[in-house]
Design a protein around this ligand. Structure first.
Ligand SMILES: [Zn+2]
Length: 92
């Protein structure tokens, strides 16, 4: 899962009103601690840009035939639903 914004703000890693690192316009709502720092993403870019990055990041072999693409999409959907469940559980 992503990192907790409150912890990042308190430790001075990001500002309270940190902007999205992709578009630079909208306040970030999701945070991911990567090897070279924290990636901050807004809701718009999460829905419209990150899927493009996912496809760009895949091996060419995974995109050559529809069954491969379907298998990759099923995997991504599984990860998405697990993350959504964990996030909903953490908000209770
Ligand atoms: Zn954005």
């Amino acid at each position: 899962m992503g990192v907790i914004k409150k912890d990042l703000v308190e430790s001075g890693v990001i500002k309270e009103d940190e902007k999205c690192h992709i578009c630079g316009d909208i306040k970030a709502s999701g945070f991911w601690a990567g090897h070279n720092g924290v990636l901050c993403v807004c809701e718009f870019c999460a829905k419209d840009i990150l899927p493009l990055l996912i496809v760009d990041s895949l091996r060419a072999d995974d995109l050559k035939v529809v069954p491969n693409m379907e298998r990759v999409l099923e995997h991504i959907e599984g990860v998405f639903w697990r993350a959504a469940y964990i996030r909903l559980q953490s908000q209770r």
